[in-house]
Design a protein around this ligand. Structure first.
Ligand SMILES: [Zn+2]
Length: 223
């Protein structure tokens, strides 16, 4: 496994997905707390988003992670459930408004490879927390990696200037090591690039079929 302090990759604008759906649900009752545990972005909330930061919890439950937001101590935009939770395999939790700067990286942190070393990263990033105990016995599940990759693809399709995907450890190596050595960064990168989880929504597929089989309107007009 790699060194979390080196985990990062850039997104090639030429490969940006046109559409990447995301199965997400708000964590019950967290919206008001998230507004208090976040800041107004100092950059444009769409064009100003440049990075996604990957975190892992040190605890083994989504409820434990959500509690830091409910307590007003820190925040992040999405939470990826652990394999022993009923939401695993179903959807990810939305835990903070994307338009807000969540509090997931210290303001003093920066890295020269990430938007030319600018600080105040929370203002131009989105944060994902993956539930994992970060011990040898707790592997990340395949679905957690796919789900995290799909959040990145969703964000990539939505935010035109999003170009960096980076670990918390790389931004704050003195204090943080998440998402940890067990996080399969290369497999995750491949999943972001492949978009394996994406399907054409049935409604859109149905319309395409209709267009193929329905005669042009002019036939009806002349009949
Ligand atoms: Zn972190």
């Amino acid at each position: 496994m790699g060194d979390p302090a080196t985990y990062h990759f850039d997104l090639d604008p030429a490969l940006r997905p046109a559409h990447a759906p995301l199965e997400e649900r708000w964590w019950p009752g967290i919206r008001d707390a998230a507004l208090k545990a976040s800041s107004a972005r100092i950059y444009d909330p769409i064009k100003g988003v440049r990075a996604v930061v990957i975190h892992a919890t040190a605890g083994g439950s989504s409820a434990g992670a959500a509690s830091v937001i409910l307590d007003g101590k820190a925040s992040f935009h999405w939470l990826v459930p652990d394999e022993d939770e009923p939401q695993h395999g179903q959807f990810v939790w939305a835990t903070c408004h994307e338009a807000r700067a969540a509090w997931h990286v210290r303001n003093a942190c920066s890295h020269p490879a990430i938007w030319d070393g600018r600080g105040r990263i929370n203002h131009w990033s989105l944060g994902i927390e993956v539930v994992n105990r970060q011990v040898r016995t707790d592997a990340f599940s395949d679905w957690q990696i796919e789900a995290t990759a799909q959040i990145v693809r969703y964000a990539w399709s939505k935010y035109p200037n999003l170009s960096h995907v980076v670990s918390h450890a790389m931004l704050d190596p003195a204090r943080r090591s998440d998402p940890g050595r067990l996080f399969p960064w290369e497999r995750f990168r491949e999943a972001v690039m492949d978009g394996r989880g994406e399907r054409v929504p049935e409604l859109v597929a149905g319309v395409a079929e209709l267009e193929e089989t329905t005669p042009p309107a002019s036939h009806c007009m002349t009949a």
